[in-house]
Design a protein around this ligand. Structure first.
Ligand SMILES: Cc1cc2nc3c(=O)[nH]c(=O)nc-3n(C[C@H](O)[C@H](O)[C@H](O)COP(=O)(O)OP(=O)(O)OC[C@H]3O[C@@H](n4cnc5c(N)ncnc54)[C@H](O)[C@@H]3O)c2cc1C
Length: 664
């Protein structure tokens, strides 16, 4: 049968080379080729089928995850996939599971915090998956406040062991992914106590389950914490609890790269600087920012294709109705999200570079840029995940009623994505770390210390505190210098205003608590400036492909001007722009929407997502939405029979007015 493409008209309208844009989106020709090949490999393998997840019981879903994970592992080995290809395969498999934590947290923790000897012992086992690990930090009583953790690791001089213990119910480990049912080992964070002194929280490698029959070792109680938000969704993951009852591990299972305990029980800090741990944190957070762009892109791809297919109102003389994507309200909600997907992609790319830079500097014992790198990754993790979670929900609404159907792919995407606002640091707590860093930077202005990296603009404080925007006509908002100056002035003025208000308090900490909300706003303004500036840097660079750069320029200014519009209060109250300039920005934004409109479908095609990965009846490549919706509906277990179970017991007695015969 000939394939229909309901979106071919849309694709024909594109004013740029989509294949070249695919390469820009992927980051390089090589990255595109890997993603393209691996995503199709996954899509064509029946084991990776995922459309029935919503109707599976928790146990079926969990077993299905085990099956997929082991099948993926087999493919990785048989096809001798590289680390990069294996990572892509797990990501296109698109089912949260224990492997995410094994590769994403357990292995990096050993690499970052283990001595060379410990790495030689544990990494080969982990790399072959002969042991499966998780990352057990959070407890029932404490997550954000890591220093408040209660689990103890007390050194026993006589046996040369640590005794790991959960002294209270609130000290039970609670949340670690992969812990509940699968992991054989964990990196456990506990308070190190030796010679009666508490040295604070440290990491330990702890075996949890027998490698013969998988039963928990004596002294360990472990299980799953129960169902989470949304059907299917994140419930494929066995987030777990863990209670220790005086469980013993050999001394050499303390992760000893940064500090160690000697045979005599002496605590010795190593000469390896503590800051090295931050390198791992920068790595994990940059990968979260990349995932944010992926999740945003998935949601936007679904909403854009469906908005082009869906028609409501506007028919004249029996003609076709208006595509909902042509409504300016739809564009005003959708196109900034499309622009955000690209913006987060490029800032994620830059963060990868930053990670390499930080690592090289750390190796040369240069810690100068670390606080700035740490603050900016924390802030970007927070800002991009919050915007993405909100963006997915907005895309669901953009798809009207059908967006609420499971088979739209959006409810599950939201349910799986939204905890990214909480794990790896609660988003508000992270912005407060950024705010502390900003307050410190402001307080040092004038001291001769020159702000660097993403705070470089603060070095131009004198100018930025006084300057007036030079925007005079709408097109001026397409001038990178003018856009950047408005964002820099706003961010700096908000930070300086917080610093001034803080200085009114005698007690700085009390002042900080009072001003928390303002401080978070200032931190967000700083992070938005980073994303805007990295997008501008991207479009000012060398970009190949007919029309590609033009499209990216349009998206870049949509991203910036939409933020300006959304946070107009900040821009106006800090006097960074005038009300007239704000209205010119809105005018320019509307023109940009018109430029993006004919390219919208091609711009989401550039993500190169397979229908398998999208998992959406609404976002299908061919736009053949309505037959697919029917097909999905008919698959529902309720439609297995025409007359439902329960008819005889309940419906019939009700309509026959014979309730007494109902089996209650
Ligand atoms: C799906 C999922 C997977 C997870 N996986 C793991 C894992 O593998 N391993 C692991 O160890 N943990 C894991 N976690 C736990 C996660 O890391 C913590 O939940 C997270 O760090 C937040 O901490 P919390 O739960 O203590 O939140 P809380 O800190 O209790 O947050 C509650 C509220 O208090 C606010 N708040 C807290 N402190 C402050 C402050 N100083 N100032 C202002 N407001 C504040 C927060 O903003 C939030 O609104 C996972 C969590 C989830 C949801």
């Amino acid at each position: 049968m000939e394939k229909v493409d309901h979106l071919s008209d849309e694709r024909n309208k594109a004013e740029f080379n989509v294949d070249e844009m695919k390469i820009v989106w992927a980051g390089s020709l090589h990255a595109f080729q890997v993603s393209n090949r691996i995503s199709r490999l996954v899509a064509n393998d029946p084991v990776f089928e995922k459309s029935k997840r919503a109707t599976m019981s928790r146990k079926e879903l969990f077993k299905n995850t085990l099956r997929k994970s082991v099948h993926a592992w087999k493919m990785i080995n048989e096809l001798r996939l590289s680390d990069e290809e294996a990572l892509r395969l797990r990501s296109f498999m698109d089912q949260p599971g224990f492997v995410d934590l094994h590769w994403g947290m357990f292995v990096p923790a050993i690499k970052g915090q283990g001595t060379e000897e410990q790495q030689r012992k544990w990494l080969p086992l982990a790399n072959k998956m002969q042991i499966i690990g998780c990352y057990a930090q959070t407890e029932l009583g404490h997550g954000s406040n890591v220093q408040g953790l209660e689990t103890t690791a007390t050194f026993d001089h006589q046996t040369d062991q640590f005794i790991i213990h959960s002294p209270t119910q609130t000290s039970s480990k609670w949340w670690p992914g992969g812990l509940g049912k699968v992991s054989t080992h964990a990196v456990v964070y506990a308070r190190l106590i030796t010679n009666g002194k508490d040295y604070g929280v440290h990491g330990f490698i702890v075996q949890l389950r027998s490698l013969d029959d998988h039963s928990p070792l004596p002294g360990i109680t472990v299980g799953d914490i129960g169902m989470k938000f949304g059907n299917g969704a994140y419930n494929s993951m066995d987030n777990g609890f863990l209670v220790f009852d005086h469980f013993r591990i050999p001394r050499d299972q303390m992760l000893m790269r940064l500090s160690k305990v000697t045979r005599e029980g002496k605590y010795v800090a190593s000469d390896v600087p503590r800051q090295l741990v931050y390198g791992t944190m920068v790595f994990v957070r940059q990968s979260i920012v990349s995932s944010a762009s992926n999740a945003m892109a998935r949601a936007v791809c679904i909403a854009t294709r469906y908005s082009a297919v869906r028609r409501q109102f506007g028919s004249q003389n029996g003609g076709t109705e208006t595509q909902v994507i042509d409504y300016k309200t739809q564009q005003n909600r959708l196109f900034p999200l499309l622009a955000s997907a690209y913006a987060f992609r490029f800032v994620g790319e830059w963060l990868k570079w930053l990670y390499t830079d930080v690592t090289q500097r750390l190796e040369a014992s240069d810690f100068a840029t670390l606080p700035e790198a740490h603050a900016c990754t924390a802030g970007l993790k927070s800002m991009t995940t919050s915007a993405t979670a909100d963006g997915i929900e907005e895309c669901r609404k953009l798809c009207g009623g059908h967006g609420y159907l499971w088979c739209s792919g959006l409810p599950e995407l939201f349910a799986v994505y939204v905890p990214a606002c909480t794990y790896e640091g609660d988003n508000v707590v992270l912005q407060l770390q950024v705010a502390r860093f900003l307050m410190k930077t402001v307080s040092q202005l004038g001291s001769g210390k020159v702000p660097a990296g993403t705070t470089e603009y603060m070095g131009r404080a004198q100018h930025l505190l006084q300057c007036r925007s030079k925007v005079q006509k709408a097109e001026d908002w397409l001038n990178p210098g003018m856009v950047l100056e408005a964002f820099e002035a706003r961010a700096l003025r908000m930070a300086v205003s917080c610093a001034k208000n803080l200085s009114k308090f005698e007690n700085q900490e009390q002042g900080f608590s009072e001003l928390l909300a303002d401080l978070v706003e200032a931190a967000i303004a700083h992070c938005q400036l980073i994303v805007v500036s990295k997008f501008i840097a991207k479009i000012e660079g060398d970009i190949k492909g007919e029309g590609v750069k033009n499209q990216l320029k349009n998206l870049c200014y949509i991203y910036a001007l939409h933020l300006l519009h959304k946070h107009l209060g900040d821009f106006l109250s800090t006097d960074s722009i005038t009300p007239e300039q704000a209205s010119l920005a809105s005018h320019q934004l509307r023109s940009l929407y018109s430029l993006v409109r004919p390219n919208a479908v091609a711009l989401v095609d550039a993500f190169d997502y397979t229908d398998h990965y999208l998992g959406s009846a609404l976002g299908r490549y061919d736009g053949n939405v309505y037959p697919k919706l029917f097909e999905e509906a008919l698959k529902d277990p309720l439609n297995d029979s025409v007359v439902p179970d329960g008819y005889v017991e309940y419906i019939r007695p009700l309509i026959k007015q014979n309730i007494r015969s109902a089996r209650l």
